[in-house]
Design a binder for this molecule. Structure first.
Ligand code: SF4
Length: 906
């Protein structure tokens, strides 16, 4: 094997090493920061994750021969944890024993990857063509790659010819009306859990209760609804998959299983393999669906490859094209595109490759028949189980194009998130960022904008020339859209020089928000104030802005009507693709018209009476002191109402389940949070406690001597606990500022002990990858905020200590205050806050014990933890108030902690 003539560089919080001897595992020496930066600037160095190494060297723009990029080229769509250990596992090499061994290992890994190019490897097809393009783009690996890749004898199939086409099938008939027998469900469950599996009564009872959601519906607009709280370890996934799969087979329908987190979506896909062990059948029967903004848009990719992207973004586009040719489903977010790939390019370009702006031209697109999004939609129409998420279920129900195949049976797992998902889905926001999106969608590219983006006129040119009224509506809409904010609006607002009536309104919103907003502890982050008692400037700005939006909504409504009419008239030129394109245009026009209509309602509210169903406020969104959006917001006071109307009522059955559905409260809370309270017929309830032995395997420690507001003391507590537990710690924060402060103080100290520390909002790595890294290394620890409280599923030894910095009280936002006042969920004041905190504590604690043999401790670093909140923890969990020294001693004893005296949860 020829050895690359380049040095390899590794930097951790524990030091910096370089390997530059003549052999692949040649001499290694420890060097200083200055020398490392100098070497990397002089000669391309082999690195693993350049942004991360750059951050550690204090040189964020550092570049070099990033092994992760080479891996993405050679092994597209293959999973690898982006660490030396993870790369070693993916390449079948021995992992380096310590930090000092990493640099020589990187050279060995580089040689191993390059050696694959000499032979035929599974992802060979397309590599030569791609490498030629990457050479022209001056990709750092291109010389080494092209030197080893022989030109194929025959022309390679390129991505767009390689991807299979989906075929149109007859619409699936409505599901048959069937009743599934309880004995069949029990048999199916026994088959799924395996013949030798121990009998789990809780799971059987759960499956039995879940079966009721699949019974025939008896009353119009009233689904059979089951609320089921099933503690961790009941095995609820197989518990509901048993009746769901039976119903799907007997009724010939699809059950939509909806989750909140991507982690559960992945896990569900895995569990459904037990239902359909044959891979082909599994692929046909189980389809994962996500929002369209998750998938690669082939048209956007083609544009990027043909010059739409420049510099590093163009290299990313080439690597994404390599991946797309081997991807199972084209899902760029949480699918088989490595989550770390876009971050290597500082996320430059990756979102532009998805259909985030809703610019799809459907059948007008040359790649329509190969489109990943269209394929997923068609596959799901024929599937037995569709794994979706709450947001997609709501979007599809509210404005989906797939009306003929509307789901009739739902399982909402992680059902405690339905309220928040509905809250985001049914909200309206008239902000600069939102308005500029609609402007671009209508007018198309303006000024110097690059790319293929097309406005309404280009997308519907055939309609415009065929239908005079439709053509006029397009022109009017484009004229009216010019009154919306345009490029540079934020700067104009800051300078007090807004352009046009909507920017003037936003300037008034910004002025009033700064005048009234309460500044919270996280200086530099968002500001907001309720929409009440507006000042004269805001009231005066509302009139012209409303008139401008009114002038926009009218032609949009007319155009929608004309498109419907053209479809009905079916002129000669309208072939199937044109029809599909117009249908697509009607759907996307419809929800934009709705959006502008909601903005008008919001503007009408300025200076007018409040609508008791909604909470309205003004906000300036900021991050690290920089403004990024300004506008008016409207949320439902009770978003479970539109959820019940739009999703639940048309359904025939819905099971809502979670380990924390009641959040330590009663069924009233669960009913009010899931929309069940808005149905004619009350839901059935089911409850099963976790079978885990929390008394023996877990403990809650409330540390009483870490002073509030003492960042140094907080950091010291984290460091001591992590060292005592030998890593394996998940640290949860309620404020990013404190997370960063603690990380900065302890990362080096822990590294010296050989304990890696990773952190959300610090490491230039996406959250999913951070969790993969944490899971892969039992000595690693991870710090994070809300997303980690809910979305981490790390069974086993890698997670043995959860440390929370303080009681996770809800932020005192305008929305929270309004719901608290209204006694949302039949609670009021502090009881409402308590319920939220209990739910958060239960979720955080739930990260700890994922399997019957898991053991661990949950540490709360706040003496101000009221005893009434202890009901958040599973009954029987030992709870003690201790000093930090005592907590450290307990952490040292993990994972084999002895049961302790019990201070029973209230
Ligand atoms: S059909 Fe739409 S989403 Fe699919 S590739 Fe074409 S433009 Fe993109």
């Amino acid at each position: 094997m020829s050895v690359l003539p380049y040095p390899a560089l590794h930097a951790s919080h524990g030091g910096i090493w370089i390997a530059d001897g003549p052999s692949a595992d040649g001499a290694t020496r420890q060097i200083g920061r200055g020398e490392a930066v100098r070497i990397a600037a002089d000669t391309p160095a082999i690195l693993l994750n350049a942004p991360l190494i750059g951050q550690r060297l204090g040189h964020p723009e550092l570049s070099g021969l990033d092994l992760l990029e080479l891996f993405a080229f050679v092994r597209p769509a293959m999973f690898a944890v982006p660490t030396p250990k993870g790369l070693a596992a993916a390449l079948g090499l021995d992992a380096p024993a310590d930090d000092a061994a990493v640099a020589p290992f990187l050279r060995i890994a580089a040689n191993t990857l390059l050696a694959m190019l000499d032979a035929d490897w599974p992802e060979r097809e397309g590599a030569w063509t791609s490498a030629q393009s990457l050479f022209r783009l001056r990709w750092t690996w291109a010389p080494a790659v092209t030197a080893r890749l022989a030109k194929p004898e025959r022309a390679e199939r390129w991505l767009f010819s390689k991807l299979p086409e989906w075929s149109e099938t007859a619409p699936r008939p409505a599901p048959r009306t069937v009743t599934i027998a309880a004995s069949d469900v029990a048999d199916r469950l026994a088959r799924l859990t395996g013949a030798g599996a121990e009998r789990r009564d809780g799971q059987r009872a759960f499956a039995d209760a879940a079966t009721a959601a699949f019974a025939p519906r008896m009353i119009r607009d009233t689904p059979n609804m089951i609320l089921a709280e099933a503690g961790t370890g009941i095995g609820k996934t197989l518990g509901y998959l048993a009746p769901a799969s039976l119903w799907a087979e007997q009724a010939d329908g699809a059950v939509w299983v909806s989750t909140f987190t991507k982690a559960l979506q992945r896990q569900l896909r895995h569990e459904t393999e037990r239902l359909y062990p044959d891979p082909d059948e599994h692929r046909r029967r189980v389809v994962t669906r996500k929002g369209r903004e998750n998938y690669l848009c082939l048209l956007n990719l083609e544009d990027a490859l043909q010059g739409g992207f420049a510099g590093r973004a163009a290299i990313l586009a080439q690597l994404v094209a390599r991946w797309a040719a081997y991807s199972a489903d084209g899902d760029m977010v949480g699918g088989d595109l490595p989550g770390w790939l876009p971050t290597l390019f500082r996320r430059n370009g990756s979102t532009a490759l998805t259909d985030r702006r809703g610019e799809c031209i459907y059948a007008g697109c040359p790649h329509y028949r190969k489109c990943f999004i269209e394929r997923a939609a068609r596959d799901s129409a024929q599937a037995s189980v569709v794994i979706a998420n709450h947001a997609l279920v709501m979007v599809n129900a509210a404005r989906g194009r797939e009306t003929a195949t509307r789901p009739t049976r739902y399982v909402f797992d992680e059902g405690h998130h339905l309220f928040d998902a509905a809250d985001s889905m049914f909200a309206a926001a008239l902000t600069g960022a939102e308005a500029i999106e609609i402007r671009r969608w209508i007018t198309g590219p303006e000024g110097t904008a690059r790319g293929r983006r097309r406005g309404l006129a280009a997308r519907l040119s055939d309609v415009a020339s065929y239908d005079e009224e439709g053509g006029r509506a397009i022109t009017d809409a484009i004229d009216a859209a010019r009154a919306l904010p345009s490029e540079g609006w934020l700067a104009r607002l800051a300078e007090g020089d807004p352009f046009g009536p909507v920017e003037a309104l936003l300037a008034a919103v910004r002025g009033l928000t700064y005048a009234r907003a309460a500044k919270d502890g996280d200086a530099g982050y968002g500001l907001e104030t309720e929409l009440a008692e507006p000042d004269a400037t805001l009231v005066e700005a509302a009139g012209p802005a409303g008139a401008a939006l009114d002038a926009l909504v009218r032609p949009l409504v007319t155009l929608g009507r004309r498109l419907e009419a053209v479809l009905a008239e079916a002129p000669d030129w309208m072939d199937a693709p044109a029809r599909a394109r117009i249908e697509g245009a009607i759907a996307s026009l419809g929800w934009r018209t709705e959006t502008v209509g909601a903005w008008l309602a919001l503007i009408a509210r300025i200076g007018g009476p409040a609508d008791p169903d909604f909470v309205d406020w003004l906000a300036v969104d900021r991050a690290k002191g920089r403004e990024w959006d300004v506008g008016l917001h409207r949320h439902w006071l009770d978003p479970s109402r539109p959820f019940a109307d739009i999703v639940l009522k048309p359904a025939h059955g819905a099971l809502v389940t979670s380990a924390t559905l009641k959040a330590g409260g009663d069924w009233d809370v669960a009913e009010s949070r899931t929309g069940a309270a808005h149905l004619l017929q009350p839901p059935a309830h089911f409850e099963a406690a976790s079978p885990f032995d929390y008394a023996a395997h877990a403990q809650v420690l409330i540390v009483t001597d870490v002073k509030r507001g003492d960042l140094a003391g907080l950091a010291n507590a984290y460091a001591r606990l992590i060292v005592a537990a030998d890593g394996g710690t998940l640290g949860l924060f309620t404020a990013i500022r404190r997370l960063r402060g603690v990380h900065a103080r302890i990362a080096d100290r822990l590294a010296r002990e050989g304990l890696p520390l990773h952190a959300q909002h610090v490491d230039p790595i996406d959250t999913g990858t951070l969790v993969d890294i944490f899971r892969d290394d039992p000595r690693a620890s991870l710090l994070g905020t809300d997303a980690l409280r809910d979305g981490v599923d790390v069974p086993g030894h890698s997670l043995r200590l959860v440390v929370m910095e303080g009681v996770p009280w809800p932020k005192p936002t305008v929305l929270h205050a309004a719901r608290r006042l209204a006694g949302a969920g039949n609670l009021d004041g502090s009881a409402y806050d308590d319920r939220i905190v209990r739910a958060r504590l239960a979720q955080a604690f739930g990260r700890l014990i994922r399997r019957a043999d898991d053991r661990g401790a949950f540490v709360m670093l706040s003496a101000a933890m009221p005893s009434r909140l202890l009901a958040a923890f599973p009954p029987g969990t030992p709870v003690r108030r201790v000093t930090l020294d005592e907590a450290v001693a307990c952490a040292r004893g993990l994972p084999s902690v002895a049961p302790m005296r019990q201070d029973a949860p209230a």
